[in-house]
Ligand binder design. Sequence first.
Ligand code: FE2
Length: 326
Amino acid sequence: MTIQWQPQPKQAIALASTEDEILFGGARGGGMPDTGHAWLLYDIDKPSYRALVIRKNYTDLSDWLDRAQRFYFNAGGKLVGDTFIFPSACNSVGVIGDIHIPYQDNDAIEAAFAEMEAQKIESLFINGDMLDFYQLSFHEKDPRNVHFKQEIEAGRQFLEYCRYRFPDIPIYFIPGNHENRFERYLRVKASELLDMDEFRLDVLLHVAEYGVQFIPFRSKVVFGDFLIEHGDKIPGAGGVVPARTALMRLKTNCLINHFHKTSDSSQRVYGPDDSTTIRGYSLGCLCELTPEYLEINEWNHGFAILKRNGNLVQVNNYEIEGNQIV
Ligand SMILES: [Fe+2]
């Protein structure tokens, strides 16, 4: 594993130590986490090697995991597990999804990005179905339509563009059911290639090159007291108000894409203590609104910006018409 990192003098002293135990402390956000990340690599070449990291609380652990992802990213390290928690230092996130490249709507994307820039989002989250993967579908399709190679190239260009528009903030991407067509295709038609690094979606999309953090399909994503889901775990259609459907199924504060329709819903929950209110949101899409396979629908363009104070999240769920937020 090759890591592009140079220790500071005190970090170098700690890492050169041959003692069984050392104490290494400092201010929050100082050099301690990266020293630990580097130290954990010492026995990485031993097949039976396992490491245990203990932090004081879950917030500290999520910060540690976030830094670890960045530290090991260029060397092909990847997060496994089913929960991604936004780092505690990140107080706002712009959420987009259902772009279905190459069937995206550029005006809608520009409207979303302009508002996110104006509000100075601290992270960007691409919540699935960034790509359509038309030719990998098991539905009937037109072989003259766009091909997989072109879709991958268009996906790379979009990630590059996201990085260009938001050069200094973390960008996260989680696949949706459309990107998962790729793994389903491999399973059915080329199972020998499954789990080869060269055929991983994050590798094909060059996410590391654009500094985009890839979150495995169907991971739980947590921002403050909100669950962010693509929405394909919810069985059946979204109904008239997809946010209501999501809220009744998930029974917690939640935000979903997948149904291409902006909606919100809330529910007071009666309990033994003070009653609480849970809230659900579904986001509009950023793709063409009248695809040939479903010309009549109730889709709309949209995106969301989430801001938090501590663990409490405020959701601004925007609808776009043409190139304007309405
Ligand atoms: Fe979807």
